[in-house]
Design a protein around this ligand. Sequence first.
Ligand SMILES: NC(=O)C1=CN([C@@H]2O[C@H](COP(=O)(O)OP(=O)(O)OC[C@H]3O[C@@H](n4cnc5c(N)ncnc54)[C@H](O)[C@@H]3O)[C@@H](O)[C@H]2O)C=CC1
Ligand SMILES: O=C(O)CCC(=O)C(=O)O
Length: 323
Amino acid sequence: MKHPVVLIADQLSPAAVDALGEGVEIRHCDGTDRAVLLAAVRDADALLVRSGTRADAEVIAAGTRLKVIGRAGVGLDNVDVDAATRAGVLVVNTPTANIVSAAEMTCALLLAAARNLPQAGRSLKQGSWERSRFTGTELSGKVLGIVGLGRIGALVAERLAAFGMEVISYDPYVAGGRPTELGIEMTGLDDLLTRADFVTVHLPRTPETVGLIGAEALAKAKPTAYFVNVARGGIIDEAALTDALRAGRIAGAALDVFENEPPADSPLLTLDNVVATPHLGASTHEAQEKAGTQVAESVALALKGAPVPDAVNAPRPFAGVSS
Ligand SMILES: NC(=O)C1=CN([C@@H]2O[C@H](COP(=O)(O)OP(=O)(O)OC[C@H]3O[C@@H](n4cnc5c(N)ncnc54)[C@H](O)[C@@H]3O)[C@@H](O)[C@H]2O)C=CC1
Ligand SMILES: O=C(O)CCC(=O)C(=O)O
C-alpha cells in the first residue's frame, strides 16, 4: 500500500520529520514558489507550512488529495480555513508552541527601541563613540498598552510588569478575572493610545484588525510613544506609521512583521527611529522544535482519521488514509 504523502513547504525543525513517524512519504518543496507549490501539492495528502507559504483557495483546489493542512505556528492568516473546510480539509495549528518566544521577542524589540540598541551598535562598529546621541528611555514607571490580551499579550504583560511598567490593555473579547489576576487595567482603545508610553499589538490578522492602528489612532498617541508589532503586518497601517515617524508625531517603532514579507522597498526600513527584524518572533530552537513536533503529531493523527486536539475547523469526517 502506498504511504500518504506529506508535503513540507517551509523550513521546519527536523523534529517534525521524526514525529511524523514511519508510515508516511515525506516530500519537500519551496512553498514561496507558487508554481512549484501548485505542482507539488497535487500528490499531497498533507501539507505542512509556517508563515512563508500561502495555503489559499487555489492551493487547496490544486491539492485534490489533501486531507489536512498543518500550520507550525499560531497565525492562520496564510491559510484559507473556509476554503479548506468547504473542501473537506482539516486545518491544525500549534497555538502554544511559540508563544514564549514571541513574547520574549516583543520584550527584546521594545527594549532595543527604548535604548537605541541597533543604532548605537551600528555607530560603534563604524568607529564612533556617541554616548549622548543614544540616550534612551527607562521602562520603569512607564505605561505599557497591550492591544489584544490573548496568550502572547498576557505573557508580555507578566514580563514587562517585572520592569516596573504599569500595564493597561484593550481587548473587547477578554472576559473573566485574568486581567485582574495579572494586575492589568482593561480600557478602551482611545484611552490606551492617549496614555501609553509603549503600545504593543498582539492580535490575529483579520478584516477587523487590519488597519486597527491607523492615522487617526496614531494621532492620539504621545509624541514620546513607541509602537511595537510582533503580531502581523498591517495591523498598524504602514503608510500611517511611516508618516507619524517621519513627522516626529511618535518616538519610534519596533517591527518584526510587515504587510508584505519580505518588505521590498519599505520606507520604514530607511528610518532611524525604526528597529526591525525579519519575522523572527518564533525563530528559536525551542519554539521550532515544539511547533514542528506538535504539528507533525496532529497531522499523523489526522491522516489516521483520529480526533485531533488542535483542529481549527470541522470539515466532513473522512476515514483516514491507510499506509
Ligand atoms: N512574530 C511572530 O513570529 C509571531 C506572531 N504571532 C502573531 O501573534 C498573534 C497573537 O497570538 P496569540 O496571542 O497567541 O493569539 P490569541 O488568540 O491567544 O490572542 C489574540 C487576542 O486578540 C484579541 N482580539 C481579537 N480581535 C481583536 C480586536 N479587534 N481588538 C482587540 N483585541 C482583539 C482576542 O480577543 C485575543 O485575546 C497571532 O495571531 C499571530 O498572528 C504569533 C506567534 C509568533
Ligand atoms: O514561524 C513562523 O512561521 C512565524 C510564526 C508566526 O508568525 C506565528 O506562529 O503566527
